[in-house]
Design a protein around this ligand. Structure first.
Ligand code: ADP
Ligand code: MG
Length: 702
């Protein structure tokens, strides 16, 4: 492969050198010319307009002025010392002020000369001034940038100290654009460029750094975002295709008795439209001859379990066994209860395997699995131990997938040595569509987007700590009517000790307000032994305790329809998706449920927005979108290590439409040419290999 100048170490770019190169690496991860070229501006300021001194006010974020320097004075003593320069145009005079580098400017600026000045006006003791403006001799300034829209680059304090503030970086970019001329070959096909009206690649790089005008900037930005998202989608979809061709799947072609009998005679309610659609999607997948890797998303209470069960019946009808894994023993137990009930009328054999299963029990169970006597195995991660062998495992359902690691999932594949089982991953953590398309791009996604009818949305309110007595009174009312209540405290790793104390103090105060024997309380937290935890949970499940005081350990999956009140203490310390998950613990029965968010009076803007969002919306997807906007995709579960979200210019929140277009385009290309072997796609294949191989292959993780 011939050397591309863009892969040169950054130190060799004119104006960089070893010292700055070291800093660029450390501070911004810029090692090569290409890295710098893709260090994109985050905004632009319009430098085509020249303001008059008389027009200025502090509401204008940045202004450009033209004027003559009429005085240059160093004023103040020692620490307060500053350079004050008066600039005059035909409407008035304005002060330019330097606290740093004052000496240097004192020496270089010349009285009587005309300058072009750029900066942010500020009010200083009632008069307007511009601190630390950019300033150039008028005679030299016109050509110094060559664009009316000046790019503003992210920089850091250390870089700025070495002259690489936004402006310094801009200078390097201009140098770089000159030397990279001819080294930015087109990477998209002419067909794609034409169809999407894209700027040529080199032009796009020029106009993103030095926009010729607003229109060109827009097109440059679109072209580069498109390119970035297109190749990521191409990578993901290609991986998916490879998986499909490499791993033939079990073909569940039979329309079976169990499924039909269940649907016609056992199913205790009508499926929602969303459930029916999802079952259909999955059935089609199972009969396609490909191995299924599907993510089933559905808000808390949307009825994923029944869908999973019906899918298991399809596996059984085709002569295979099925297995469902849950992240905790409590949840596995719950599944055991509800699935046994559904399976009994069909004469199917169901068994439970958790860490608590006794050795003798286990032995028997292992044997039954291998003999094919068991149809459905329910369990925790205990089911993936090597000792657990199936006669012919056809389907694995993973509930609340994010609790399972990559290696564990790989083990699952091996449970059927002939062909890997179909895999259905279920999650109630709503993942915004854009993120799902990227992060789980090679998984197929099914969404249950409706709740069963008759469900009353949970009423959510926000209360400050000083109304606790009223909240206690409300709890008493609900308990009197036979309902149960959760009181949840945050327990964050970093502040575990303090949080634990809060929990215990909170527990004490609840005990005082709800004395025995009239009231029964239970407490569940992460520092308890699992057996004790289960015991306390059990008391609540059976209705022996009316109030459960807990940390966020109860987040996932617990189903106690009689619990109608969720009180979340220090709610401002929880993230939105966590709050939504917690709220999902109530509203599972026929009675009206309530969620009360308790906070202190002091709330950050983010905190306020989170509370408002929770009060306003019960829609998990809407909440996930706000969450994504607040936190950025980097903080969401599972995204950190992927490398997929290491986006340089596109933004998964703002650029949904570009993403959609790019994904469709990538999919069209691969449909016609799955291996990118056609001559006209050679460019795509080459660029994909050179720049996007680092994106991890997600196709085998589930
Ligand atoms: P999740 O999606 O949170 O796992 P579940 O599967 O636990 O939800 O379902 C919650 C409750 O809703 C269960 O009690 C279940 O029996 C019930 N349910 C599921 N589907 C329907 C439906 N179509 N009509 C009425 N109730 C349903
Ligand atoms: Mg569930």
């Amino acid at each position: 492969m011939h050397h591309n100048i863009l892969d040169s170490p950054i130190q060799f770019l004119k104006g960089v050198g070893p010292k700055r190169a070291e800093l660029l690496k450390k501070e911004l991860g810029i090692h090569t010319y290409y890295h710098l070229l893709t260090h994109f501006p985050f905004r632009y300021v319009d430098r085509s307009r020249i303001y008059k001194v008389a027009e200025l006010n502090t509401d204008i974020p940045f202004v450009q002025l033209k004027g003559k320097i009429v005085s240059i004075d160093m004023v103040g003593k020692t620490r307060a010392k500053r350079l004050v320069v008066k600039l005059q145009d035909d409407t008035g005079t304005l002060e330019l002020v330097w606290f740093r580098g004052a000496r240097w400017f004192q020496r270089t600026l010349k009285k009587g000369e005309e300058y072009l000045v750029f900066g942010k006006p500020q009010a200083y003791f009632g008069t307007l001034s511009i601190p630390h403006p950019e300033i150039d001799l008028l005679s030299e300034s016109d050509t110094s940038i060559g664009s009316p829209l000046q790019a503003v680059y992210p920089s850091t304090e250390k870089l700025s100290a070495q002259g690489l503030n936004s402006r310094g970086i801009g200078k390097l970019q201009r140098e770089l654009l000159i030397v990279s001329k001819g080294f930015l070959p087109e990477v998209l096909t002419s067909n794609i460029i034409q169809k999407n009206g894209l700027l040529p690649r080199e032009d796009a790089f020029v106009h993103i750094h030095l926009p010729g005008n607003n229109e060109l900037l827009k097109r440059a930005s679109f072209r580069l975002k498109f390119e970035e998202l297109f190749f990521i989608q191409l990578r993901i979809l290609e991986a998916r295709q490879t998986r499909i061709t490499a791993f033939q799947g079990l073909n569940f072609s039979r329309v079976g008795d169990h499924f039909n009998t269940f649907y016609k005679e056992v199913l205790p309610f009508e499926l929602t439209g969303a459930q029916k659609r999802v079952v259909k999607e999955i059935r089609a997948d199972l009969g396609s001859g490909n191995q299924m890797n599907r993510l089933l998303q559905g808000d808390v209470g949307s009825g994923k379990t029944i869908v999973a069960f019906m899918i298991m019946l399809i596996a059984i009808d085709n002569g295979y066994q099925a297995c469902i894994m849950a992240p905790t023993a409590i949840l596995a137990n719950q599944h055991m209860i509800s699935i046994s009930e559904l399976a009994a009328p069909l004469g199917l054999k169901v068994a439970l395997l958790t860490g608590a299963s006794k050795t003798a029990e286990r032995k028997k169970l292992h044997q039954q699995l291998e003999d094919g006597e068991l149809d459905i195995l329910i369990g925790t991660h205990a089911v993936i131990e090597d000792k657990v062998k199936f006669k012919n495992l056809g389907l694995v359902v993973i509930d609340e997938q994010h609790r399972f690691g990559v290696a564990q999932r790989a083990k699952l594949w091996k449970k059927n040595p002939v062909k890997p089982p179909h895999i259905l991953v279920m999650t109630a953590t709503p993942i915004p569509r854009t993120l799902a398309m990227t992060l789980y791009g090679e998984l197929d996604v099914s969404i249950i987007d409706a709740l069963p009818p008759g469900r009353k949305p949970v009423k959510t309110v926000h209360r400050f700590d000083n109304s606790r007595l009223k909240v206690f009174a409300f709890m008493k009312e609900q308990i009197k009517e036979g309902r149960q209540v959760y009181v949840v405290y945050p327990l964050i790793k970093e502040s575990e000790k303090l949080d634990y104390k809060d929990l215990m103090d909170g527990y004490e105060s609840v005990v005082r307000a709800f004395p025995m024997p009239e009231y029964q309380l239970c407490i569940v937290h992460g520092q308890m032994k699992p057996a004790d935890k289960d015991l306390e949970m059990e008391r609540f499940v059976k209705g022996q305790a009316q109030i459960m005081v807990a940390t966020n350990v109860i987040e996932v999956g617990v189903n106690i329809p009689n619990a109608t009140v969720m009180i979340i203490e220090s709610a401002e310390r929880f993230g939105l998706s966590q709050l939504h998950q917690l709220r999902g613990r109530v509203g599972r029965g026929a009675d009206q449920s309530f969620c009360i968010l308790m906070t202190g009076h002091k709330l950050s803007n983010d905190g306020k927005l989170r509370m408002e969002t929770m009060v306003r919306s019960n829609d998990g997807f809407e909440i996930a979108d706000v969450d994504l906007k607040l936190r950025g995709p980097g903080d969401l579960e599972g995204t950190q290590q992927s490398g997929i979200l290491d986006l340089k210019i596109a933004d998964l929140v703002r650029d949904v439409q570009v993403l959609q277009v790019a994904r469709e385009q990538a999919s069209t290309i691969l449909d016609a040419d799955p291996l990118l072997k056609a001559p006209e796609n050679a460019r795509l294949a080459k660029h994909l290999n050179e720049r996007y191989r680092h994106v991890k292959d997600w196709s085998r993780i589930s």
